[in-house]
Design a protein around this ligand. Structure first.
Ligand code: SAT
Ligand code: MN
Length: 593
């Protein structure tokens, strides 16, 4: 088998550390075959055909969705599994109170048993990939070994995969070592283990997105945040967008929102009629890597190359650019299929079809109480399909950030928009972000939990230290972005959303941009700056003024409750809980009393 490794590989790489590692993984997993992925078009065609022949992908109607395929997961494997995700550091303290921890020896031991012989009769794919623009000082090389052709085809869309990665790596030993095996998909034997001290990820027993596409949450966020702390930069669960004003001036904004809270919609937003001369450009929809540039500003790159977006609710009203993005060359996962071989999900435009094949491949009839598409069904689409893709998306330097927005899904308390008084107060707003859980992770949906910077499932180290890192970065950024909190999801007494959201969020975004450039005043409240009456441009907005008042209202009683609850959160963080943030909380509370 070794000769096979070298034989295929030497045309692509002579990197000894890499060849040794692949040989070790092959010895452990014992695949029948090893395939090195070069990222070429011919390879894509070959692997796609193989996936179709083996039933992994179902071709969709080429007249309706050219180059598109449907994949159906095992029904027990349709979301991230936070309870089976581990940070495996030498000490438990390094992983902190918000992560599951396993000692490295124990994790390697347990998973070695699972990986042993796990690829017998299967093909082992070796995927070299880059997270970040080629040639960027922020970019990282990863290698993922997997037995899943679905993973390969998704990684091909989501990362810069193949030869460019090996060229970038050269003979360096500095690459992330990711080992993935689908196993038998038994949740009892499912582990997503991160070894930040070894720059290593071992994932066993799931074929689903965030558990199996190791470049995404595992490398770009969990390992990335660890590297960011050590090296003085940020790896964040944030979209990146550029707002172009009528005079052609561009302002870049990043936004942290938990999974399935509309990051993709926000990043691709089309401004409403009143803002016809404004444009929004997408740099990224999920992850931002940010470092301090030579000019003292914070610069961001999107480490990804595609979008792994939530399908349900996506339509020509909520996100026309996403609909155009997924018109071709897209892999759909766990959506429903129409009779004529197109895709469908709850919240798609038009009439609900009379009959469908549901996400599990079963016949489905209109009026059924079961969902046709899984609530966490997804599309994987190349970013180059996006009609509003920023032309700076491959820029090695990235884009300069003027504002950072923190947003949760909150039915009460949190107003539409709030600007922090200063950096520490802004970090406090991000740190105390609360959000109702969504279908993106296995578990109960709709319970409010603290999700600091939307990083609760993704910070690869102690959450207290993570928040301290945010505070410490202030003195490294001479011209920091302004920090904001938003909430698109507040509900009225009737249980309905107060704010229309989607494209109308442009109104809030404009205020944020104006504030970031100090072009507009603000109204001071005990909790931060809010728009002065009349400053939020509401012209042409077709909702009663009272709803806007309610959406922007700050209720002292609700906030007192909120601040009181936050005490438990800071306490839970234990000895690394930043003093500065606890002071912020007390200060706010004292202003209320
Ligand atoms: O499943 S993923 O982690 O890739 C998507 C998400 O939950 O944000
Ligand atoms: Mn995400």
């Amino acid at each position: 088998m070794a000769s096979q490794i070298d034989g295929t590989a030497t045309t692509l790489t002579r990197n000894k550390a890499l060849l040794d590692w692949v040989r070790d993984c092959a010895a452990l997993c014992q695949p029948d075959r090893i395939v090195w992925c070069d990222g070429s078009e011919a390879e894509k065609e070959r692997l796609t055909k193989h996936a179709v022949d083996t039933g992994v992908l179902i071709p969709l109607n080429p007249a309706k969705r050219p180059g598109c395929y449907l994949h159906r997961s095992n029904p027990n494997d349709v979301a991230r599994v936070e309870h089976l995700t581990f940070i495996c550091t030498k000490t438990q303290e390094a992983a902190g109170p918000t992560n599951n921890w396993m000692a490295p020896e124990e994790a390697y031991g347990k998973l070695t048993k699972l990986f042993h012989g796990s690829m017998k009769g299967r093909t082992m794919y070796v995927i070299p990939y880059v997270m970040g623009p080629l040639g960027s000082p922020l970019s990282r090389v990863g290698l993922e070994i997997t037995d899943s052709v679905y993973v390969v085809l998704n990684m091909r869309i989501m990362t810069r995969m193949g030869k460019p990665a090996l060229d970038m790596l050269g003979d360096s030993n500095d690459f992330n070592r990711g080992l993935h095996c689908t196993g038998d998909l038994n949740p009892e034997r499912r582990y997503i283990c991160h070894f930040p001290e070894d720059n290593t990820i071992w994932s066993f027993g799931s074929g689903y997105g965030g558990n199996a596409l190791l470049g995404k949450k595992c490398l770009a966020l969990r390992i990335g945040s660890w590297l960011g702390k050590d090296e003085g930069w940020f790896a964040e669960h944030m979209l990146i967008l550029g707002v172009e004003s009528p005079d052609g001036h561009m302002t870049y904004v990043t936004g942290a929102f938990p999974s399935a809270c509309g990051k993709t919609n926000f990043a691709m937003m089309i401004p409403p009629k009143r803002f016809a001369k404004w444009k929004v450009w997408t740099v990224g929809d999920d992850i931002a890597w940010m470092r301090v540039g030579k000019d003292g500003r914070l610069w961001a790159v999107n480490p990804e190359n595609g979008y792994f977006g939530v399908a349900p609710g996506t339509n020509f009203g909520s996100n026309p650019n996403a609909m155009k993005t997924i018109a071709r060359d897209t892999i759909f996962t766990n959506v429903a299929m129409t009779k004529d071989g197109d895709v469908w999900w709850e919240g798609m435009d038009g009439e609900v079809p009379d009959e469908l094949t549901d996400w599990q491949g079963r016949p489905w009839k209109k009026g059924s109480t079961e969902k046709a598409a899984h609530p966490n069904s997804r599309f994987t689409a190349p970013m180059t399909n996006n009609p509003v893709l920023s032309k700076h998306v491959n820029d090695p330097e990235g884009v300069p950030i003027s504002a950072i927005v923190f947003g949760g899904r909150r039915a009460t308390t949190v107003p539409l928009v709030l600007q922090s008084f200063n950096w520490a107060h802004g970090v406090f707003l991000g740190a105390t972000l609360g959000s109702e859980t969504t279908a993106a992770a296995t578990g109960k949906v709709g319970v409010v939990r603290r999700d600091p910077m939307a990083m609760l499932p993704f910070a690869g180290y102690n959450m207290g230290e993570y928040l301290q890192h945010w505070l410490d970065m202030q003195e490294k950024i001479p011209y920091p972005p302004k920090l904001f909190q938003v909430n698109w999801f507040r509900k009225g007494k009737d249980g309905k959303f107060l704010w229309p959201g989607f494209g109308e969020n442009m109104r809030v975004l404009k205020w944020i941009v104006d504030r970031a450039h100090v072009r507009v005043g603000g109204q001071e409240t005990p909790f931060g700056w809010v728009p002065k009456a009349g400053d939020l441009d509401l012209s042409g907005l077709d909702i009663p003024a009272e709803k806007v008042d309610e959406a922007t209202h700050i209720d002292a009683g609700e906030w007192k409750q909120e601040l009181t609850e936050e005490a438990d959160f800071f306490e839970m963080l234990g000895k690394f809980s930043p003093e500065t943030l606890q002071l912020q909380r007390k200060l706010l509370l004292s202003r209320l009393d």
